[in-house]
Design a binder for this molecule. Sequence first.
Ligand SMILES: Nc1ncnc2c1ncn2[C@@H]1O[C@H](COP(=O)(O)OP(=O)(O)OP(=O)(O)O)[C@@H](O)[C@H]1O
Ligand SMILES: [Mg+2]
Length: 383
Amino acid sequence: MSYVKEINLRNFRNFKELKLNFKNGVNLILGKNGEGKTSILEAISLCISGSSFRPGKYDTYISFDTNFSNIKTYFKDDYLNSDVEFNFLRDKKSVLFNSKKISINKLQKKNHYILFSPESLSVIKNGPDERRNLIDELLKSFSLENIEVINNFKKSLKSRNKILRDFKKENITYDEAINILNSLDELYLKYASELTHKRIEVINQITPFIKNAFQYITGSENVDIFVDYLISSEKANEYSLQTVKSSLQEKRATILKAEMALGSSLVGPHKHDIQFLFNGSDSRYYCSQGQQRALILAFKMAQIVYHYGIFKKYPILLLDDVMSELDETKRHNLLNFLKGINAQIFITTTEFDLQNQIDHSSLSVYKIVEGKIFDNNSTGVNL
Ligand SMILES: Nc1ncnc2c1ncn2[C@@H]1O[C@H](COP(=O)(O)OP(=O)(O)OP(=O)(O)O)[C@@H](O)[C@H]1O
Ligand SMILES: [Mg+2]
């Protein structure tokens, strides 16, 4: 398994210059609000996936009053060492893997991470786009083929939307629009069906793991968890690839006029929803906030177990400020779960006494104070 051994930041957010060595165990990052805890996880996530989990363009990474930013991360594997370097200038960026240029798609295959954050724990009550994203991130982490399926669909949706928009703006005639759409739609429906079916497959595979994890984290054995994939509010978990395609084709025929009037595509995986059922009821309406958070926590835990099943190694786990979101039982059960996972784990918190609750054979503590790091390897620093 690979883990982050060292990270160097220059002009990255509030850090002018920072070097950190990490261990292959639990790395606990303590600091008051605004000290840069999330920024450290953000830099790690960038070097793993090529993009940040925080919204915003990359020029937001560059420290105020400077015009470039650099991140260099050293990974250690069982056999190999590697490094990933990002350079951000205001109008361009570059990424290097072992000092050679690499595409983001290729970088994404090297290492994986799973993020737990307060935002990610609220996806049940948020919009369907975040729930779709949860599944797409899951898909992306498993294969280059999945990344391609997602990218193909996105590109094809963009071209289709452009035509619909052009028609709405009267840049093209009705006949021109219909002609172009007819020629685009074979491929559009192919990619749309492929992505939809991939999502259905992965949801069906991961659901039993979510149920187990939910029972584990909440300590309640009698709760049944199911995850429905909804196409136009209809449950599609049993659909084959062909059934998905026929259903999208049918919908396309009936809705084309509305799409043209609106100027955007209404048929496809960007309109589908994912519903988490708690004992048969939609968790969005029936579950408490704590139960909703526990469901997503269980989803992430399931993702870790599922990931291990595929790769026979664990992804790097980033837990950004989530402990304060959980009650004592869930916090205790989550820490217990993590104890059994042979992964590199980063936990950030403002609660300085969390270190006393973590019982792990390898625990390193880092405290950030005014942009400087004190760790439990430094001498003379009282944590
Ligand atoms: N481009 C930038 N240049 C300089 N400072 C920045 C930049 N972008 C963000 N910051 C600042 O960096 C600081 C660190 O933010 P970060 O979100 O990492 O803190 P945090 O320790 O996670 O805080 P919290 O506990 O509130 O989540 C903040 O004060 C933020 O305003
Ligand atoms: Mg933060």
